[in-house]
Design a protein around this ligand. Structure first.
Ligand SMILES: [Zn+2]
Length: 338
């Protein structure tokens, strides 16, 4: 992956490229941010830009230097077999053991074999066992000559404070829905139509978009539609609270915050469609064209400003979830507001 091929994160890739160009890239970096937004790809692209044999310098202010993508070193890095780019990833039990770290560190005692700067990349660094973090600590304090470390994590708070404080932290944000959709099509073989459905639901994370399998989506879409149907009439509070309970799910299969958020984003996109139908829009412009019949049936109940104010309520519910409000509280509040 070249820095120029990274979706989103333009400010960060520019920062990294300029630092490589000026030879001021810190030897220990921590990439922190939501999972599935591309931290690992940027870590790989950084290692590649550093170790490319024929780096491209095209005078671009945003990316003064980038890997060529075609030289022998780039080819090896793309295939994951470059000896100086070492990836440490969680094992099948989801942790990184001290032996793995020790083994890698023993290799950093030598100068890079074929590259310019050895890069040790640690994926999901929060899964490093405490002993493994301590083993890494000395190398982070005094990186061996010619070696750099990049740790990536969605939960930097889990790392030992001593490890965190040794690394310069770059904060990764979420991607836009358009960026997620573009990556789904370019790198994961989804059709435009599939990407358009998944991207707005994925909260700026390609990983989340890919995790939304078709079955999940169907069940979640059904739940969102049911919520709107059951709150569309002037039903009493009791019925609305029941709708909230069904929305969150029964005890053993309760939806977590992320899943409830997807259902709410689906409900929001349906409310947008209802607004469009009420405004006389063509079914072809709807985000959920397959639901035109159900949505049209709801249009009268959500006439006037109601669809818009319901959309606002869903939006506030999503904000509350983002701030760690409980799923049940949010669902009940929303069911009464709609
Ligand atoms: Zn190259």
């Amino acid at each position: 992956m070249r820095l120029s091929g990274v979706a989103g994160h333009k400010r960060l890739t520019a920062l990294i490229s300029r630092a490589i160009d000026r030879d001021t890239l810190p030897p220990t970096l921590l990439f922190a941010g939501p999972s599935g937004v591309g931290k690992w790809l940027v870590a790989q692209a950084t290692a590649q830009a550093v170790n490319c044999l024929e780096p491209v310098r095209n005078g671009r202010e945003d990316l003064p230097i980038d890997a060529c993508g075609t030289c022998r070193a780039c080819d090896r890095m793309a295939r994951g077999v470059h000896v100086d780019v070492i990836a440490i990833e969680p094992d099948e039990r989801g942790s990184i053991k001290i032996d793995v770290v020790r083994d890698v560190l023993s290799r950093t005692g030598f100068r890079p074999f074929e590259g310019k700067r050895r890069a040790v990349l640690v994926r999901e660094a929060d899964t490093l066992e405490p002993a493994a973090q301590n083993a890494l600590l000395k190398s982070l304090e005094e990186p061996p000559p010619g070696t750099m470390f990049i740790l990536t994590t969605a939960v930097p708070g889990v790392l030992l404070p001593t490890v965190r404080s040794r690394c310069m932290r770059l904060r990764f944000g979420r991607l836009t829905a358009a960026e997620v959709a573009a990556v789904l099509v370019r790198d994961h073989g989804l059709t435009d139509a599939e990407a358009r459905v998944a991207a707005p639901l994925a909260d700026g994370s390609v990983g989340q978009a890919l995790a939304l399998s078709d079955t999940d989506l169907t069940a979640m879409r059904d739940s969102a539609m049911l919520l709107l149907q059951r709150t569309s009439g002037r039903s009493d509070v009791q019925a609305r609270l029941q709708a909230a309970t069904d929305l969150v799910g029964q005890k053993s299969q309760e939806r977590d915050r992320g899943q409830l958020a997807v259902v709410l984003r689906l409900a929001a996109s349906m409310l947008r469609d209802i607004e469009a139908i009420n405004a006389g829009a063509d079914a072809r412009v709807l985000a959920n064209p397959q639901l035109t019949g159900d949505l049209s049936a709801l249009a009268r109940a959500f006439a006037g400003d109601r669809a818009r104010s319901a959309f606002g309520a869903v939006d506030r519910a999503l904000t509350a979830l983002d701030r760690n409000a409980g799923t049940k509280v949010v669902a009940e509040w929303l069911a009464v507001q709609l």
